[in-house]
Write a protein that binds this ligand. Structure first.
Ligand code: C6P
Length: 390
């Protein structure tokens, strides 16, 4: 980049792809390409098998009880919209309440707002403190018998906070509410066990777990998904169609209308194999080490403030601002050194409003990053600050 080797610190936005993922997709298109489900010829049967394997891989990756509980979507955003639409239709009535947290991505706010407007329900917000930690006492007060669903991220993309999701799920269940975990920033970085969490829904995006774009996952408990109406109508999601009446397919197909994202799904399978080979515990450990290393180096830079300083565990990202310098300028100058970071509101405008800022600079790490890259980033950052201030 600009004549320098790339230092990619924007994996929270989207992750780089291992060769095996690219190779698997390319092999599929070149040598094995066909539709799934609809044909009896050998090529399609093989494509269907390869595609089905991904569902099992995701089931294993999330430790779900059944593969029928794994629904393919286009991404985290579509998964949340699916639940808001379908769970909302089945269960949410006027006066009911939906809880989200103060540190949600727009994808985990707007679908619930739309639902609440449509059904006369009320959206409530679990507050946080200046460190970017959710206030669990307030959460306990907000939960009541009208609460139908709580939707919270496991790791915040804007602050790096790791939320105490297991405890929060238990608290929601005690009041009879269901819980959706936005796992967009956790599935790529920590081991996830949806049964241990007792999550009702868990969603994540393929492109952040080293897979392709255009594929995402919705995990839902079977008994809940069975009670929810389809999200979209079309091929594959039906059992029998007549002009007077249609009956629907069983899970997971009820929620998968149309020809699926076959190559993307197969690519996601390769990505999950890869992540598991590296080992989610190893990934978690290395990224924690990178975070510790980077934080120790940048925290004493004069005028630099880290936004989000949760005392408990944090995810591998640092959101920061520097007195008197716009984050956009930091991002642009670092880019000239070949360093890719994200600047902006990170699709979490309420988080920015809370801290009375419009944007932050965010360096986010993945297991392929190194301490040498962090050293380079820190020295370039210091040089940029000197340049702007002088
Ligand atoms: N965050 C970031 O740079 P999609 O766009 O559907 O793959 O994921 C949406 C999403 C939902 N929840 C959280 C916590 C997220 O971080 C994201 C995506 C990216 O932080 C792009 S805005």
């Amino acid at each position: 980049m600009h004549g320098k080797p790339l230092v990619y610190f924007d994996s929270a936005a989207t992750a780089q792809k291992p060769s095996i993922v690219i190779q698997t997709i390319s092999d599929f298109y070149r040598d094995h390409y066909a539709t799934v489900h609809r044909a009896i010829y050998e090529l399609a049967i093989r494509a269907t098998e390869q595609y089905q394997q991904t569902r099992q891989k995701v089931q294993r990756f999330l430790h779900a009880k059944k593969r029928e509980e794994i629904i393919f979507t286009r991404g985290t955003t579509e998964s949340i919209n699916l639940v808001a639409y379908s769970f909302g239709k089945a269960f949410v009535k006027p006066g009911d309440e939906i809880l989200v947290s103060a540190m949600e991505h727009h994808s985990n706010i707007v679908p619930w707002q739309i639902l609440c407007e449509e059904r006369g329900a009320v959206l409530k917000v679990i507050p946080m403190n200046e460190k970017g930690e959710l206030l669990l006492d307030e959460y306990a007060h907000l939960l009541n018998k009208r609460t139908k669903l709580v939707a919270v991220n496991q790791i915040s993309n804007a602050l790096g906070t790791v939320n105490p999701i297991k405890k929060m799920i238990q608290m929601a269940h005690e009041k009879g509410a269901k819980f959706l975990v936005d796992g967009a920033q956790s599935a790529p970085h920590i081991p996830v066990d949806v049964q241990d969490l007792d999550a009702d829904f868990f969603v994540f995006s393929g492109h952040k777990v080293m897979g392709p774009t255009g594929i995402g996952i919705l995990y839902g408990k079977e008994e809940l998904l069975n009670q929810m109406p389809p999200y979209q109508g079309g091929g594959d999601m039906i059992e029998k169609v007549t002009f007077s009446h249609t009956t629907y397919n069983t899970l997971p197909f009820k929620f998968e209308a149309g020809t699926p994202m076959i190559a993307e799904i197969i690519g996601l399978g390769a990505a999950i194999d890869y992540m598991e080979q590296v080992g989610m515990e190893n990934i978690q450990q290395w990224e924690a080490e990178l975070l510790r290393y980077a934080t120790a180096q940048i925290k004493d830079i004069p005028g630099l403030h880290i936004v989000g300083q949760a005392a408990e565990k944090r995810g591998g990202l640092i959101s920061f601002i520097i007195d008197g310098i716009h984050p956009l300028d930091i991002g642009s100058l670092l880019d000239l050194h070949g360093i890719a970071i994200r600047t902006g509101h990170h699709c979490a405008q309420p988080v920015m409003d809370f801290f009375h800022i419009s944007s932050t600079a965010r360096a986010s790490f993945a297991f392929y990053n190194t301490k040498e890259e962090i050293d380079y980033f820190v020295s370039c950052l210091q040089e940029c600050i000197r340049k702007i201030k002088n």
